[in-house]
Design a protein around this ligand. Sequence first.
Ligand SMILES: Cc1cc2nc3c(=O)[nH]c(=O)nc-3n(C[C@H](O)[C@H](O)[C@H](O)COP(=O)(O)O)c2cc1C
Length: 199
Amino acid sequence: MKKILSLLFIFALIIGVTGCENVETKKEQKNDKGGYTELNKDSKSLVLYFSATGTTEKVAKMISEATNSNIIEIVPKDKYISDDLNYNKDDTRANREMNDLNARPEIENEINIVQYDTIYIGYPIWWGTNPRIILTLLDNVDFKGKNVALFCTSGGSGIEQSVADLKEYNSEVNWLGGRRFSSNVSQDELQDWINSLNY
Ligand SMILES: Cc1cc2nc3c(=O)[nH]c(=O)nc-3n(C[C@H](O)[C@H](O)[C@H](O)COP(=O)(O)O)c2cc1C
């Protein structure tokens, strides 16, 4: 009986230790700035996303799963509330920002991409292109020489204009192109896109 108990104890110990290792290497959490983060120190790819109402976030999490990438949400210092996003009114915050080529909404969280070779950047389409906060990201984080694939969600507009705009904004990035996904995209469709990327 004693032998069985000690065996059980050793078994429990092994499970416990392995469990702890997992916790240590893979951290899924709301980060201190309220953004969604999942980090594994060994990962070479990262999903970075901005999502005002959660649609792009859902796709971002699926891409992170399919590619085994870490994931970091781009958190605006001033969060967008629904009044800010009402594009039917002229003077709402999102419209003001999109009408101003120089608008650079501040990012709250620190974004470190040194460990990554490939980065997937996702965002909603606003007025046919990327929200200005993506330009803040490019201004503040050094993407030189990184492979960057873009993805977006939208009410129907494609990502092509945004891909062209971002290529023009920073030509030192190895842009891999981009794809628009609908909110109910399947894991297979995402996988096809990931497989098609040319590094
Ligand atoms: C200010 C603003 C402008 C938008 N402009 C477009 C647009 O030009 N074309 C389009 O198809 N959808 C447009 N949309 C819809 C969003 O792209 C779409 O709802 C997106 O999936 C939202 O993603 P999110 O939930 O991650 O923020 C716009 C939304 C907002 C708030």
